[in-house]
Design a protein around this ligand. Structure first.
Ligand SMILES: Cc1cc2nc3c(=O)[nH]c(=O)nc-3n(C[C@H](O)[C@H](O)[C@H](O)COP(=O)(O)OP(=O)(O)OC[C@H]3O[C@@H](n4cnc5c(N)ncnc54)[C@H](O)[C@@H]3O)c2cc1C
Length: 233
């Protein structure tokens, strides 16, 4: 298949002879809104981190599972929480769908955009911000994978509970997927071991949960009081 065929397929939302239709009343992902969003995103993130190049889009159109491919209209790679918030703010304003992507290893097409829109690839946010061996916690960005986390944990004589998945799987995206610690379930599901979260809401609001939200950065348990983190489990 030539690049021009891929470009035509993407334009027509056609994959292997099947035309994927948008919703009957397309209130979102409209071409004029996408063009506006692309410009605004390029300004917010820098042009090199926003693309609609068919050669790149095709790489995001499916995972290794059997489900059919579908292309995003745009792929963006933010570098910080503030940039993630900016992506959501712009997408919200322009009525474009956003799907965050860790490493795309689920085999269930969870990050494949049925109606197009934006795939927000988080692998540029791959920094381990803090490792505390004494209190046994780590602060990481969503693009950190199990290998990187494990290497740093072992330097302080700790280890990261890893489900029996690839070392290249994202730690946070695996937790978003509600990971199953097949080999370490006596410590609970991985999701039980998340203490604090910084979340970006669909309108771009940044929300902090857990004890760090009120300054108790070394605390091991949520609370006191209700914890918004539970809503994400
Ligand atoms: C051979 C094989 C064996 C595996 N074995 C196991 C196993 O034993 N245990 C296990 O738990 N898993 C297992 N997996 C699954 C694998 O670990 C998951 O696919 C992976 O961890 C999920 O992360 P991902 O980067 O693939 O997620 P993605 O596909 O990128 O994302 C998964 C979902 O989470 C959302 N998401 C991603 N990042 C974020 C974010 N930062 N914020 C909000 N939402 C987000 C996405 O939109 C998507 O809906 C296995 C996979 C393979 C291929």
């Amino acid at each position: 298949m030539w690049i021009r065929d891929v470009a035509r397929d993407i334009k027509e939302r056609r994959v292997s002879g099947i035309i994927f239709q948008h919703e009957a009343e397309p209130f979102h992902n409209r071409p004029e809104d996408l063009a506006r969003a692309k410009e605004m995103l390029a300004e917010a993130l820098g042009e090199e981190w926003v693309t609609d190049d068919p050669v790149i889009l095709i790489g995001y159109s499916r995972d290794q599972g059997p489900l059919p491919a579908q292309y995003p209209h745009l792929v963006v790679m933010p570098e910080s929480t503030e940039e993630v918030a900016e992506v959501y703010r712009i997408a919200n304003e322009c009525r474009i769908d956003v799907i965050p992507m860790g490493t795309g290893l689920t085999t269930m097409a969870l990050h494949i955009p049925m109606y197009g829109g934006i795939i927000m690839d988080l692998r540029r946010m791959d920094k381990i911000l803090e490792v505390d061996g004494e209190n046994m916690y780590m602060v990481i960005q969503p693009g950190v994978n199990y290998l990187a986390a494990q290497v740093e944990a072992q330097k302080v004589r700790c280890r990261v509970l890893n489900p029996s998945t690839a070392a290249t799987a994202g730690v946070i995206s695996n937790h978003a997927f509600c990971n199953i610690n097949t080999l370490a379930s006596k410590y609970g599901f991985g999701i039980d071991n998340i203490i604090d979260m910084t979340m970006v809401m669909p309108d771009g609001t940044i929300l902090k949960t857990g004890p760090a939200a009120y300054g108790a950065v070394k605390a091991h348990v949520p609370g006191p009081g209700p914890d918004m983190a539970a809503l994400c489990r």
